[in-house]
Design a protein around this ligand. Structure first.
Ligand code: SF4
Length: 641
């Protein structure tokens, strides 16, 4: 059955909304495949506005991987802003894809990629606009399978009632495996309906289907156990790990946005995973082990990607890009290759050492020098031991001196507030560090107009990290601590005017904390917030703390729990955590030991350079660390003219 485009109805609404171009589709490198020639159809959503969603690498990769497969189509959909949402409701226009403006409800799968839990209400908006029942149990044979992925899906329990399924880990192989299961089931005439399809997916061991698991609670509100309610469904669901990134050089044809977006550049992921062991970092923990893309693989992706897009900047992405074993050759090789084309190169890098400055100098050889960002994360040496961020103030000052000596004038320092065991004193040392940075800058340059910016965010304990048991700092305490720091910086006559101070209050962080470590009972809060008008919670101007508090007070007490129970309460070793049945590969006992080491202020090394410390990932996932050097060179490719 052909599916009609909703564009004619949508087009009439577009003159009445802001930035209508974001809903039009047809970007360079986008794909529209004939509906009737495909038997498995995915709609993919990044549940935020187009300007944030389009550059998302995860969605871009899956879009291309699926569309490359014969007989499979994938289209993208993003969150519509409230102005268009109101008009769509008034005129009966459903949630649509931007590629062919097909209704999301017509697809086989509605896949959502969550980088942050604050996108949950946007998922409900999209489901509602699509005409798909919010709760999985109300869906019929005509509804798509609603599937979540992305980092936030490592604990999908707060949205379990709204999901048919979730996948944890790398998506590129997983979506193809899921496609095969759907295709076979459809070819057989859909035996057993969607229930059988979900069962087949669950049986693979790599797809979590919440309805096949019952959660039992203790009288005090904690979880007693999570148990499969259908024979053949595994007790624990495994994460997916792609081992050879060179075999997956996606995106090959990156999308070029039509409207302004947060990143206007081509990105190449140079490695996945991180073993530095920063204890607060969920991304680092859940993406282990480290898998590097080879230097030749990177070179080819940059070459092809630039030709396919016309971008003038390349971002070399990863969790800590300066750690790639051949990054110096990559940076030099690319800077040499694109000297004449004035292609800018950038890498998000948080390592604090002189090598990083050399790298930054190399990368900016063809373009402009803006600021350098370092992330010591904690203000005192003590708290940096707690979080396992092994940077001494001496290192930082030495690095900064090199940066100023090389002509950099702006240094940004990133920190967190509310880390476990933190005191006011730990945070106030941030002010001292910033002053020392300015002083060093003045010394090295002989100039007074040196600037440093301190940026500080609230710490949120995350599942599958050693801090998953930690109490989160409350809103009032976070705000009070940040005010003391602000006063210490602004009140300094000698340096205060040269230090920029950016901070966020603790309110969004505590809601993110609720959603990160919540269980299925939190779903009632998310639904209530959505029904009360909650949208775009990741956006300061749309986020309403008062609404979340009201809905927590409405939905949680009848379950015998409250917001503080989920956030500021410390968990014990014995407690069953809501995500224990989702296997990130990390051994729970190792995480607990690392938590105890944190409390003892004991650091662990990076297992890339030291012997394995048995976090569990490699044996559990049958994977291994994959790093160079390969001995290969970025060029022999011919220099691009
Ligand atoms: S199992 Fe060992 S080598 Fe593998 S990531 Fe963990 S600590 Fe590193």
């Amino acid at each position: 059955m052909p599916v009609e485009s909703v564009f004619p109805q949508l087009e009439a609404l577009l003159p009445h909304v802001q930035k209508p171009i974001q809903y039009v589709g047809g970007e360079l490198n986008s794909t529209v495949k004939p509906w009737d020639e495909c038997d498995v159809r995915w709609s993919l959503m990044y549940p935020d506005a187009y300007e944030v969603g389009l550059p998302n690498q995860g969605v871009m990769i899956l879009y291309e991987v699926l569309n490359e497969r014969e007989g499979v189509l994938a289209e993208r959909t993003y969150s519509v802003w409230p102005d268009l949402e109101a008009l769509m409701r008034e005129h009966g226009v459903p949630q649509f894809t931007v590629d062919a403006h097909r209704p999301v409800k017509a697809f086989d799968v509605f896949g959502l990629s969550f980088s942050t839990e604050l996108g949950y209400t946007n998922m409900l908006t999209a489901l509602d606009l699509a005409g798909i029942p919010l709760e999985a149990r109300d869906r019929t044979e005509d509804d798509p399978i609603v599937l979540a992925g992305g980092h936030a899906a490592f604990n999908p329990e707060p949205i379990a009632d709204f999901l048919d399924a979730a996948v944890i880990g790398d998506g590129e192989q997983a979506v193809l495996e899921i496609t095969d299961v759907i295709r076979a089931w459809k070819a057989e005439g859909r035996p057993g309906g969607r229930d059988e399809l979900l069962f087949r997916l669950a049986r693979t061991g790599g797809v979590y289907v919440p309805k096949f698991y019952d959660v039992e609670y203790l009288a005090d509100g904690r979880i007693a156990r999570v148990v499969p309610n259908r024979s053949g469904v595994p007790w624990r669901v495994s994460k997916h790990t792609v081992m050879d990134l060179d075999e997956w050089p996606y995106p090959k044809q990156p999308l070029v946005p039509l409207a302004e977006t947060v990143h206007e550049r081509m990105s190449v992921e140079i490695f996945r995973g991180c073993t530095r062991g920063c204890r607060f970092c969920q991304a680092g923990m859940i993406t282990r082990p480290v898998r590097e893309r080879s230097i030749t693989g990177i070179g080819e992706m940059v070459d092809k990607g630039l030709k396919a897009t016309g971008f003038e900047e390349v971002g070399l992405l990863s969790l800590s890009s300066a750690d790639h074993s051949e990054i110096a050759d990559v940076a030099k090789g690319l800077a040499d290759r694109y000297t004449e084309d004035k292609i800018g190169l950038s890498l998000p890098s948080t390592r604090v050492d002189a090598f990083n400055i050399d790298l930054a100098n190399e990368l900016t050889r063809n373009g402009r020098r803006s600021g350098l960002t370092f992330a010591p994360e904690g203000g005192s040496e003590r708290i940096r031991k707690v979080i396992n961020k092994m940077v001494s103030e001496e290192d930082l000052i030495r690095t900064v001196a090199t940066a100023y000596g090389n002509g950099w004038r702006q240094v940004k320092l990133y920190f967190m507030c509310g880390l476990p065991t933190e005191t006011d004193e730990d945070v106030l040392q941030i002010a001292d560090m910033a002053k020392n940075v300015i002083q060093k800058g003045r010394e090295v340059t002989g100039q007074n107009d040196i600037r440093a910016t301190v940026s500080i965010g609230g710490f949120v304990p995350k599942p599958h990290t050693p801090f998953q048991w930690a109490p989160q700092l409350g809103v009032e305490e976070t705000d009070a601590r940040l005010e003391k720091l602000r006063d210490a910086i602004r009140g300094d006559r000698k340096y205060g005017r040269n230090i920029g101070f950016r901070y966020h209050d603790g309110k969004p962080g505590i809601i993110e904390g609720l959603l990160s470590r919540g269980d299925r009972r939190v779903g009632a809060v998310i639904r209530a917030v959505f029904e009360d008008g909650g949208r775009f919670d990741g956006w300061r101007e749309h986020f309403s703390y008062d609404r979340w508090i009201r809905m927590c007070e409405k939905a949680l007490p009848e379950q015998g729990v409250d917001l503080a129970w989920y956030t500021t309460r410390e968990r014990t070793y014995e407690e069953v955590l809501p995500w224990d049945h989702l296997d990130s590969g990390l051994d729970k006992d190792w995480l607990w030991e690392d938590w105890q080491d944190a409390l003892d202020e004991t650091e662990v090394e990076d297992c890339r350079w030291t012997p394995c410390f048995d976090c569990g990932v490699c044996p559990q996932m049958q994977t291994s660390i994959q790093i160079g050097p390969t001995g290969k060179k970025l060029l022999p490719l011919t220099v691009v003219k």
